[in-house]
Design a protein around this ligand. Structure first.
Ligand SMILES: [Zn+2]
Length: 286
């Protein structure tokens, strides 16, 4: 069934687990994340970044919506990192059920102002809105936005931000980065800060840049109050690594020969994340 982002995340918040938001940018990946979520009985957030949306086009949305309606698990379709009200309006028109307005690179006041506008238009038509406070890092050129230095979320600011904007969920900065970490860098999550923020606010919390962090820390974050974890780089790396291996044979040509092994490799990574976040079996709570 197709549901709003808030319908999904409230249950995760109450039951202390995290739902994976898998970024997809082609139909094979999209079907792959549906299938693995259904096999694991996990709620699913199909995440599409504006760059991915301009690549696949909004014409694919009716197919994704139809697939969500037929799914045996609850599914939200989420605009990842919306940066403008125009992008939020495009998401509304295309049939998304959830969107993010990321004003985290702006001043606190400007972030509040643009996020509040997004909440006003999205709530009018039943979409949930995720805001972001604090900035996460950026590891490589292929990664989405981020800054070189992480600006950690201040708990008191999070309280104020939620009050002033009316967001349904909040992405916080506690030590993750977009992209894949180089070998020499050991990322570390500030779980004490997460506990402080969780105690101060009631909305579900979101972790971006969850690819490539140590499993133990991510698992703890999911059990300690994070309710949505974005996974983009990790599943795409698995998908394309396997595709490169398959394409090593110059004789292969058909997409239905090349893509299935790549999808299976992506699904193995997705399944690992689902279990790490405690989301397997949780579709039965809905
Ligand atoms: Zn992100």
């Amino acid at each position: 069934m197709l549901v709003s982002g808030d319908d999904l995340l409230q249950v995760a918040n109450k039951n202390s687990f995290a739902i994976p938001a898998f970024n997809i940018s082609d139909w094979a990946m999209c079907q792959g994340v549906f299938e693995i979520s259904e096999a694991e009985r996990s709620p699913l957030i199909v995440a599409i970044h504006p760059d991915e949306l301009s690549f696949i086009g909004t014409a694919l949305l009716p197919a994704i919506i139809e697939r969500a309606h037929r799914s045996s698990v609850p599914v939200a379709i989420h605009l990842d990192h919306g940066a403008t009200i125009d992008q939020v309006l495009t998401a509304i028109q295309a049939g998304f059920t959830s969107c993010m307005l990321d004003g985290s690179m702006l001043s606190f006041e400007d972030n509040v102002a643009i996020t509040k506008r997004a909440v006003d238009v999205a709530h009018a038509v039943g979409l949930s809105v995720e805001g972001e406070l604090g900035t996460i890092g950026k590891m490589d050129e292929e990664a989405e936005d981020g800054t070189e230095d992480i600006i950690y979320t201040v708990p008191a600011d999070a309280v104020k931000f939620i009050e002033q904007t009316g967001v349904d969920s909040l992405a916080i900065a506690i030590g993750t980065s977009h992209g894949i970490y180089p070998d020499w860098l050991k990322p570390e999550l500030k779980l004490e800060l997460l506990k402080e923020i969780k105690a101060a606010v009631s909305v579900p919390l979101v972790l971006h840049g969850g690819s490539n962090n140590p499993d133990k820390e991510i698992g703890q974050a999911a059990a300690t109050g994070i309710n949505k974890i974005n996974i983009s780089s990790d599943i795409k790396a698995s998908y394309h690594q396997e595709m490169r291996r398959v394409l090593g044979d110059p004789g292969v040509r058909e997409p239905n020969t090349i893509q299935p092994p790549a999808v299976a490799a992506m699904q193995a990574t997705a399944k690992h994340k689902i279990h790490l976040f405690g989301s397997n079996g949780k579709a039965d709570l809905y």
